[in-house]
Design a protein around this ligand. Sequence first.
Ligand code: NAD
Length: 289
Amino acid sequence: MKIGFIGLGVMGKNMAENILENGYELNVYDVVEELVEQFARKGASVCKSPSEVASKSDVIMTSLPNSQIVKNVILGKNGVLQGAKSDAIIIDLSSITPKTIQYIAKEAEKSGVEVVDAPVSGGSIGAKNGTLTIMAGGKKEVVDSVSDILKSIGKTIYYVGSVGSGDTVKLVNNLLLGANMAAVSEALVLGIKAGMDPDILFQVISKSSGNSYALTSKYEKFIKERNFNPGFMVDLQYKDLQLAIDTAKDLKIPLVIGNLTQQLYEMARSEGMGKEDISALVKVYEKWL
Ligand code: NAD
């Protein structure tokens, strides 16, 4: 089977490498030429546009920054749909709004092209090791037909429902991650200001009801070490909170914690921490100590 891969950034590069290593023929495209050239040296076929990728591939995978770019790359001029074979399958691995991928799927259906939204969790390390969690939405039989490809980039693959469901689960997950990280930052700084040793706070809370993934994954390796290299970037967390906020607005659902949380990440961005790990939020609180 021939696979196309568009978007060879932090996540895409690693996922595309795993696809190559699993023996698939690979056609690649990115707007950054250097990224594409690296793949030429690894045996992938280099393409000049998303439509060229699609014309040479049975399955086209995209890992792109945001909803608008995914829409342009698939539906726009020289986009995937212009070159796609009539029975092609598009798998979008980006984190975007459910509404966007559902619109793309409707447009693609007119040309007989199926769409699966399969956002991922596990960061660049999970992408490198092929251990990502993948939440896939689309027609069940279509998702089943690409399960071997998904297994080449992820370890735990969930079928979560019709197209858009993957992005919905992802934005709910990342709303929780963002809010939990903000709560961990606020609570730790309170405990320290009140005179506690942060290690004691961590030891007790990581075995108590206040525990969370944000605490266990971010305390020792990031906050304690004062190492704020991502990890998961503040800018991406901010974007994912926006996905939740936009979706909540469409559904007329109040998102009190989500909106407040996004403001905290906005403060981190205004302090120049956009490219740092989300645990850098603790530094925003420390300034108020
Ligand atoms: P990235 O910015 O590193 O990579 C995106 C790539 O897309 C870049 O190489 C860029 O050059 C390319 N690109 C941009 N516009 C393009 C276009 N028009 N045509 C072709 N290529 C184009 O981002 P990333 O961290 O790899 O994230 C990709 C997606 O995965 C995002 O939606 C992100 O939210 C999601 N995600 C990221 C992480 C993470 O930890 N980085 C984790 C889970 C999910």
